[in-house]
Design a protein around this ligand. Sequence first.
Ligand code: MN
Length: 496
Amino acid sequence: MAHPTDDILSAMRSPSMEDRAAIQRAYDFAQRAHGDEKRKSGEPYIVHPHAIALSLATLGMGRTTIIAGILHDTTEDTETTLEEVDKEFGSEIAFLVDGLTKYSKLKYRGLERHVESLRRLFVATASDIRIIIIKLADRLHNMETLQYVEPIEKRERIARDTMEVYVHIAERLGIGNIKTQLEDLAFKILNPKEFTEASRFVEQKQSELETQLDEDIKDLKKFLAESGLKKFRTEYRFKSIYSFHKKLERKQGEIDQVYDLVALRLIVPNVDACYRALGVIHSFWRPIPGRVKDYIAFQKPNGYRSLHTTVITRRGVTMEVQIRTEEMHQEAQFGVASHFNYKTDNTNAAPVDWFLKLLPTLLKRPDTSGNPESPRWLKDLTDVQKDHVDFETFEEILKQDFFAERMFVFTPKGDVIDLPVDATPVDFAYAIHSDIGNTMNGAKINGKLVSLDTPLSNGSVVEIMTKKNGAPNKKWLELAKTASAKAHIRSALKKD
Ligand code: MN
């Protein structure tokens, strides 16, 4: 028999009969609890938990998380108590619902309080990362229905909060799928004029290029098959409105310089086939120099892996090609959520302190041998937590390091260091080790001697020269952009 949860169940990876029964029961429970309650749009309230459950199922989350999503507002807005949820659905689901309810008690109290909210958000994340994933799905649906919120100031405030906080969290957790949607929805409210311009351009280009693209991709498929690559699938995507806008800003409005307006994704069976496919593509279409990026050998700080190249097709379309395996493709869209075992829906995170508890979840990579690379920002935060935890320092670090845009640069040995975009050799040195920072007396970028205030750029190879018994200079405090470098410099200066 048809049930309103049918679409949720069919979005799940492989729901069992028990999953089906439990999800239907939770839905009926939530529907009864919300009763005649309405959303601001005038729709019955249940459309909201329904949308969240659907997002969670799409992300690949299992029964427990989906049910917590369905119930997340019941103890908040209705007569239902947490005890009832506990009795009906068990303590694990009650724990998640409680976490989400605590979270929604956070009220916006001006910008100063904002960072504190962030801090609590991390605490919520750490107590169980599923809470944050549900929270992201919740925010997504609230953004999708934001036009019903009055007054406009409140709408803008919610959009800003989304852009400044939720987008970054989604990015950090690698959930590209939700990140992109949140970004575009927030951008539309915050900069309606720019949004309209950018979306008009992307749409126009899309209709211009679509036929050529289809033909081009048909040719490529034939060529790949002839070259012995028989198992693969492709999909292509136009750049999201917001990322197009950002790129255009960086290119000072030169539209011709935006090479990755279209991205072709080529999904192949294994890593070996990724590199082979790259070779085949370069022999078929002309690659643009300097645009090949190997994020398989050097994965991005949030775990993203793929080979990228930009080519000019035979019909003259410039496009980015992203080559990856199915597993990498899942990770690129769903990030940390793709590491959940959907059967048990559990993270198995060790409960140490809140950072350490978050770490294994972020780092868990099934089927990957060798050492998982811990994201740099997380290491930095963990270090700082160990040293000094006064709130001011923590606040600074969150603002400057965590929420600034990131780039990555290399040591001469090829290790990747993740830094905010305006970082200098001083930040780089301290990011390697505080002893290297403290004894630094010069730096080379790509083999050339530079002054210590030279901003680093993505992909540079940076070498730090040190001097025995060297000590930091007070001026470095101005050159350092990361709060963690500053903290190290300050503490070294104090010792002298
Ligand atoms: Mn909600």
